[in-house]
Design a protein around this ligand. Structure first.
Ligand SMILES: NC(=O)C1=CN([C@@H]2O[C@H](COP(=O)(O)OP(=O)(O)OC[C@H]3O[C@@H](n4cnc5c(N)ncnc54)[C@H](OP(=O)(O)O)[C@@H]3O)[C@@H](O)[C@H]2O)C=CC1
Ligand SMILES: CC(=O)[C@@H](O)[C@H](O)COP(=O)(O)O
Ligand SMILES: [Mn+2]
Length: 382
C-alpha cells in the first residue's frame, strides 16, 4: 500500500486521482484538501478515511470539523493545513492538484520532507522552476509529471539519453476557438470559452487552453522538468489530442506518445511508475480513428503562447509575473469583468511594467507574484 496525500482532491485532477485509487486498491489515502468544497470533501473523507482533511477557507473548515466529529479525522485549514497535508509523516507520495501558484509552497515543503511528488500543478514550475528543481535534486526527490504532455514526454525520453534529445514537441488541441481570428473573438462568452474540444478540466486551465496560455505554461514546465533549452521546445496544434507529445532525437527519430484523452492514464502512471498497471479505461481504436492532423499555432490571434516564450527567455522573476497576471486576468474573465481579448493585453502590460529580477530568491518570486497581481488588478484593466 502506497500512502498518498492529494492536494486539491475536490478538483478535476483530484477526483480522477481518487477514481484511480478507488479502482486499483493499491493506495492508502492519508490526506485530502479543498479550497471551499466541504460537501465533496466530507464525502471523500467518509469513503477514504484519511488521517487529515484540510480546507483553505477557515469558516468552512469549522463547519466540516463539526460534521466529522467522532470520525478520528483531523480537520485543518489555511496555508498551514495545506502544508501539513503535503508533509505528513506517513505520506509517501503527494499528488499536487491544486490550481494556481498557491501550489508552490506545498510542493517545496513536500520536497524538503522527502516525499515523491506527482505534479499536476504546472504553476509550481512556471513560477519557480529553477528553485524547485534545485531543491528536488538536493533532497533527491522524484517529481513525476501528471500533465498529459509531460507524462508523454517523460515516457518518450526513455528511448534515448539526455544528450541525444534534439527537440521536445508539445501538442496543443488549439482550444475551442481554433481557426478563429481576432475579430471573431470580440464577444466571446465565458460558457463558450469553457467548452474544451477534448478534455473536461477545471475552469482556469480550460480558459488557459482557449487562449493558448496553457501551452505557454507547459513549455516553461517542460524546460524545468526535462532540463531542455527553450529553443528546443516547440508546440504544434494537433486538434484530436491523441498524440500527447513527442520527442525528436538527434538521429531524426521521433517518438510519440498516444492514447485516448483521459487524465486517469497519466495520473495512474505517475503513481505506478516505474511499472505499468492494468486498468479498464477504453483503449484507442485505430479502426475508428479518422485522422491525426497538425497545424501551426496562430500566435497573432492567440498571443499568450508568445508571451510565455518572452517570459521564459527573459528569465528571472518574469515567468512568475506572466503566471500571476494570467491568474488574475482569467479570474476577471470568468467573472465577466473583462473580455476574452483583454487577457493577453493585461498580461503583456504587466510584463512591460515589471523590473525583472534575475536569479530570484523565493522571496523575490513571491513579491513579484504579489506585485503582478496588484498591478494586473489596479493599473491595467479596471
Ligand atoms: N484538469 C486537468 O485535466 C488538468 C489539470 N492540470 C493542472 O492541474 C491543476 C489542477 O487543475 P484542475 O484539477 O483542472 O483544477 P480544479 O479547479 O478542477 O481543481 C482545483 C483544486 O484545487 C483547489 N483549490 C483551488 N484554489 C485553491 C486555493 N486557493 N487554496 C487551496 N486549494 C485550492 C480546489 O478546491 P475547490 O474544489 O474548493 O475549488 C480543487 O480541489 C492545475 O494546475 C492545472 O493546470 C494539468 C493537466 C490536466
Ligand atoms: C489534459 C492536459 O494535459 C491539458 O493540459 C490539455 O493538454 C489542455 O489542452 P490544450 O492542448 O488545449 O492546452
Ligand atoms: Mn497539459
Amino acid at each position: 500500500m502506497k500512502e498518498i496525500s492529494i492536494l486539491g482532491s475536490t478538483g478535476s485532477i483530484g477526483t480522477q486521482a481518487l477514481d484511480v485509487i478507488r479502482k486499483t486498491k493499491e493506495y492508502k489515502v492519508i490526506a485530502l484538501t479543498t479550497n471551499i468544497n466541504i460537501d465533496l470533501l466530507e464525502k471523500q473523507a467518509l469513503e477514504f478515511k484519511p488521517k487529515l482533511v484540510t480546507v483553505m477557507d477557515q469558516k468552512k473548515s469549522i463547519i466540516l470539523r463539526d460534521r466529522l466529529k467522532g470520525y478520528n479525522i483531523k480537520v485543518a485549514s489555511g496555508d498551514e493545513g495545506l502544508i501539513e497535508a503535503a508533509t505528513l509523516e506517513d505520506t509517501k507520495v503527494v499528488i499536487n492538484s491544486v490550481v494556481g501558484m498557491i501550489g508552490l509552497i506545498p510542493t517545496l515543503e513536500a520536497i524538503k520532507a522527502g516525499k515523491k511528488i506527482a505534479l499536476a500543478n504546472k504553476e509550481t514550475l512556471v513560477t519557480a522552476g529553477e528553485i524547485v528543481m534545485r531543491e528536488a535534486l538536493k533532497h533527491k526527490t522524484e517529481i513525476l509529471p501528471v500533465d498529459s504532455e509531460h507524462s508523454a514526454i517523460f515516457q518518450c525520453l526513455k528511448s534515448g539519453n539526455q544528450n541525444e534529445i534534439s527537440r521536445l514537441i508539445l501538442t496543443a488541441s488549439g482550444g475551442p476557438f481554433r481557426g478563429k481570428k481576432t475579430n471573431d473573438l470580440l464577444n466571446i462568452k465565458v460558457e463558450d470559452a469553457l467548452k474544451h474540444p477534448n478534455w473536461e478540466m477545471g475552469r482556469k486551465i480550460t480558459i488557459d487552453s482557449a487562449t493558448l496560455m496553457n501551452k505557454g505554461l507547459e513549455i516553461i514546465e517542460a524546460k524545468w522538468l526535462f532540463d531542455v533549452e527553450i529553443d528546443k521546445i516547440d508546440a504544434v496544434v494537433h486538434p484530436q489530442s491523441i498524440i500527447h507529445s513527442m520527442v525528436e532525437f538527434v538521429d531524426g527519430s521521433i517518438i510519440a506518445h498516444m492514447g485516448v484523452p483521459d487524465m486517469r492514464i497519466p495520473i495512474q502512471y505517475a503513481l505506478s511508475h516505474p511499472i505499468r498497471t492494468k486498468n479498464e479505461i477504453n483503449k484507442l481504436d485505430f479502426n475508428t480513428l479518422k485522422e491525426l492532423t497538425f497545424e501551426r499555432a496562430d500566435i497573432e490571434t492567440f498571443p499568450c503562447l508568445d508571451l510565455a516564450y518572452k517570459a521564459i527567455n527573459a528569465g528571472g522573476s518574469m515567468p512568475a509575473v506572466l503566471n500571476a497576471s494570467n491568474e488574475v486576468a482569467v479570474e476577471l474573465f470568468l467573472n465577466n469583468k473583462i473580455s476574452f481579448l483583454k487577457i493577453p493585453e493585461i498580461i503583456s502590460n504587466v510584463m512591460d511594467l515589471h523590473r525583472n529580477i534575475l536569479n530570484p530568491t523565493l522571496d523575490d518570486i513571491l513579491e513579484s507574484d504579489n506585485w503582478a497581481r496588484e498591478t494586473a488588478m489596479h493599473k491595467t484593466c479596471l
